[in-house]
Design a protein. Structure first.
Length: 148
């Protein structure tokens, strides 16, 4: 086989390896994004549902002690949530496909920060009614909740 054919074949192999590595990396990022989105969507849906009644709102506050930094008393939290209820919309049971969420980043925004085994997730969701729910979790515990 001539030298130029060997060089050409070597170049083709290198290109195929690089493309395979890029595709593999892209697949891993997509998978990780899907896992994060699924968990965030479940948290969003659960939180929105728990804000619908006084009893479940109380349970939400009591189960997430970090909310006391923003809302010092349960009564204050209940008062604020009462004003929010008319703005709350529905969160579909199934999250939209990841690609459609990436195209329309106004519907939901998720920022995950993980370091040294400590994970913080900030989320912003826009309801069809126009209300925007912002929430933050730290180690899967709600630490901030705001509806605009």
């Amino acid at each position: 086989m001539p030298v130029w054919v060997q060089i050409l074949l070597g170049g083709v192999v290198v290109v195929l390896l690089v493309l395979g590595a890029i595709a593999g990396g892209g697949y891993l990022v997509y998978q990780k994004g899907t896992v994060v989105m699924d968990r965030a969507w479940k948290d969003l849906r659960t939180t929105a549902e728990r804000l619908r009644t006084v009893e479940s709102t109380r349970a939400l506050y009591r189960g997430n002690p970090g909310l006391a930094e923003v809302y010092p008393t349960e009564g204050e939290f209940l008062k604020v949530v009462e004003a929010w209820r008319p703005k709350l919309g529905d969160v579909p049971a199934q999250r939209p496909p990841l690609l459609s969420l990436l195209k329309d980043s106004r519907t939901i925004q998720i920022h995950r920060n993980s370091s040294d085994g400590h994970e913080t997730v900030r989320m912003k969701f826009k309801f069809a009614s126009g209300g925007v729910l912002e929430m933050e979790t730290d180690q899967d515990k709600l630490t901030s909740l705001l509806l605009k």
